[in-house]
Design a protein around this ligand. Structure first.
Ligand code: IPE
Ligand code: IPE
Ligand code: MG
Length: 252
């Protein structure tokens, strides 16, 4: 039966639009330095870019957007910069949570929360609880997040179940590990974007990135806009995802 031209191809090699986009928002400091401004100003402008990208992702039909906002290793920065970043996070939650909720966005936080200051913890908990039943897009905020720490925690949880006799070691496979990561229930990102020209993961979603496509852009995060996001998605669309199989051409 002839197929209409616009019908989606069944070739595994043709990339479908991403369900889940994850972004390493990098380059705030260099954006500011290039303008003779304090790093703080770069971070402030970075939050504005974030606000726009959350909106743009919704408009583009992206179901899951994960943003790397503070790494487990970012505590090694000077105390005043950490304070600026914490202040911006608090302001973001206070100012934007109501809007996100109104737009039916579900917020999930990944990262270590136990050792955070009580006011930050309370805000993160509030963001998750308020939006827990929302059915629209999901915004995953990676805060005080480290992928190695996340995987170690999953291993510890499984080891505890083994020690209690609830699980046998031979039941542990990739699925049981994934189910014990903080991202459980969230599909793996198909596309990971990093701004600012750096080409590394910096301890972000190491497990979940197994078959992600990477797009590295030279733009510093405060300048990353909807057009830049669309361009990254277009680039993603040109990739041939093989998942260990053969390309459509090789199979023909
Ligand atoms: C990203 O910008 C924000 C965070 C890591 C919190 P940077 O602060 O890393 O900016 P650069 O990399 O120094 O330019
Ligand atoms: C990664 O950026 C963390 C975030 C974007 C939150 P960094 O700027 O901390 O990464 P490195 O130090 O350049 O690898
Ligand atoms: Mg950086």
């Amino acid at each position: 039966m002839p197929m209409p031209d616009a019908a989606p191809s069944e070739d595994a090699g043709v990339a479908a639009p991403p369900v889940h986009v994850a972004i390493i928002m990098d380059g705030n400091g260099r954006w500011a330095a290039a303008r003779g401004l304090p790093r703080r100003e770069g971070h402030r402008r970075g939050v504005e870019a974030l606000r726009n990208i959350v909106k743009a992702a919704g408009e583009l039909g992206i179901r899951y957007l994960t943003i790397y906002s503070f790494s487990a290793e970012n505590w090694s920065r000077p105390a005043d910069e950490i304070e600026d970043l914490m202040g911006l996070l608090k302001r973001f939650v206070r100012n934007d949570l109501a809007d996100l909720h109104k737009n039916d966005v579900r917020v999930r936080i990944i990262g270590e929360r136990k050792n955070l200051k009580p006011d930050i913890r309370a805000l993160l908990d509030e963001a998750e609880e308020l939006t827990a039943n929302n059915k629209g897009a999901t915004l995953v905020v990676a805060f005080n997040y480290g992928a190695q720490q996340e995987i170690a925690e999953a291993a510890r949880k499984l080891a505890e179940r083994v020690a209690r006799g609830e699980l046998s070691p031979d039941q542990i496979d990739a699925g049981t590990i994934a189910a014990n990561l903080q991202t459980h229930g969230i599909p793996d990102p198909e596309l990971i974007i990093r701004t600012s020209g750096e080409q590394r993961l910096s301890n972000f979603l190491l497990w979940q990135a197994a078959y992600a496509e990477f797009v590295f852009v030279p733009t510093h995060w405060p300048d990353f806009d909807k057009a830049a996001l669309e361009a990254a998605i277009e680039e993603f669309g040109k990739r041939e995802r093989r998942f260990g199989g053969l390309s459509a051409k090789a199979r023909a």
